[in-house]
Design a protein around this ligand. Structure first.
Ligand code: PLP
Length: 335
């Protein structure tokens, strides 16, 4: 049990006629502050919670950039990030996509990396990004601070969809940004206070609960995912496996203790066969999202057909036994 009590109050009385640390929950609440302290300690910076990963992304784009600013964003990352940037074009935001395994383009005002990217599982060159004059944000949703702490490798900001590994139980929608410097923290806090995109006490409390098991979950999911990635890569029914633990030198350089629980693979027999595989699994649930205790599989082509191969399946490895997961994948591939 989390030792921090869940305080759902929307307001707290003034102390001697003056606002204390907490007085109105849009500006902050004790449960959120405790969760931010815990997450900040894990990532080595100052954390801010938001209502979702997408709310955190919106806060960064609106709070740290000006109209006319250009973001250099990784190709093959979370498609919602680019959809959001396209949505904000009417407010004057610009973006260019680039291959994050190489140096970021000249002239951009913010560099947006994803480590590893969802669902293409590429890994950024953190050193090349840090050498660029623009600030660097790393969406480390798929690594979690257990496996990667980007602030230690030159990044200025880390973003998490805490809906995924940090929350870890598919029962909380939450986002976070962890800042290395005070200026970014102050600007994001102001954006959050003005717009009200912060997180409520309940999801913050669920995050505190989940952080207690984060290390155990992520290490176990990583070990299982590596074994499944190896077996899938050796299987003739699979054309390609995307997983940073299968020899990606950038991931090997910066990830520590595992390569995460997320992988993608292309079914050799094509799109129709891939759709049969995702609906034939029994233990693994055919659903979107990732990072929970139960394994999930889905064709990403249904959402982002302009960006991913039609036969690509994304697998989020949960806490089930590796042999049980393999036998489910094996029977589904044979279906
Ligand atoms: N970043 C990554 C890598 C994601 O996978 C997602 C969601 O899938 C998001 C950000 C957005 O997070 P949320 O769904 O919590 O808004």
């Amino acid at each position: 049990m989390s030792p921090v009590p869940l305080d759902r109050s929307a307001l707290w009385p003034y102390e001697d006629g003056e606002p204390g640390d907490f007085y109105y929950s849009r500006y902050g609440h004790p449960t959120g502050a405790a969760a931010e302290e815990a997450l900040g300690a894990l990532d080595g910076g100052e954390a801010l919670l938001f209502g979702s990963g997408s709310a955190a992304e919106t806060a960064v784009l609106l709070g740290l950039l000006d109209p006319g600013s250009t973001v250099g964003v990784t190709q093959g990352g979370y498609f919602g990030t680019v959809v959001l940037m396209r949505y904000l074009e009417r407010w004057g935001l610009r973006f260019v996509e680039f291959d994050q395994a190489g140096p970021p383009p000249d002239g951009v005002d913010l560099i947006w990396l994803e480590a590893p990217s969802n669902p293409m599982l590429t890994f950024p060159d953190l050193e090349a990004a840090a050498a660029h004059p623009a600030p660097v944000i790393v969406d480390a949703t798929a690594s979690s601070p257990i496996l990667l702490r980007p602030l230690e490798h030159g990044a200025d900001l880390v973003l998490h969809s805490a809906t995924k590994y940090l929350g870890g139980h598919s029962d909380v929608l939450l986002g976070a940004v962890v800042c290395r410097d005070d200026t970014h923290h102050t600007r994001l806090l102001e954006l959050r206070n003005r717009t009200g995109v912060g997180a409520a006490a309940d999801p913050a409390w669920l995050l505190l609960r989940s952080l207690e098991t984060l290390d155990l979950r992520v290490r176990r999911q990583s070990a299982t995912a590596l074994e499944l990635a190896r077996r899938l890569a050796a299987d003739p029914r699979v054309a390609q496996v995307r997983y940073p633990g299968l020899g990606n030198p950038l991931a090997e350089r910066w990830m520590e203790g595992g390569f995460g629980g997320l992988l993608s693979f292309d079914v050799a027999a094509g799109e129709e066969a891939a759709r049969r595989v995702e609906t034939a699994t029994r233990l693994i649930t055919n659903a979107t999202s990732l990072g929970g205790t139960s394994s999930l599989i889905e064709s990403r082509y249904r959402w982002e057909s302009d960006r991913v191969p039609p036969n690509l399946l994304r697998l989020s490895v949960g806490l089930e036994e590796v042999e049980a997961l393999w036998s489910d994948l094996d029977q589904a591939l044979g279906a």
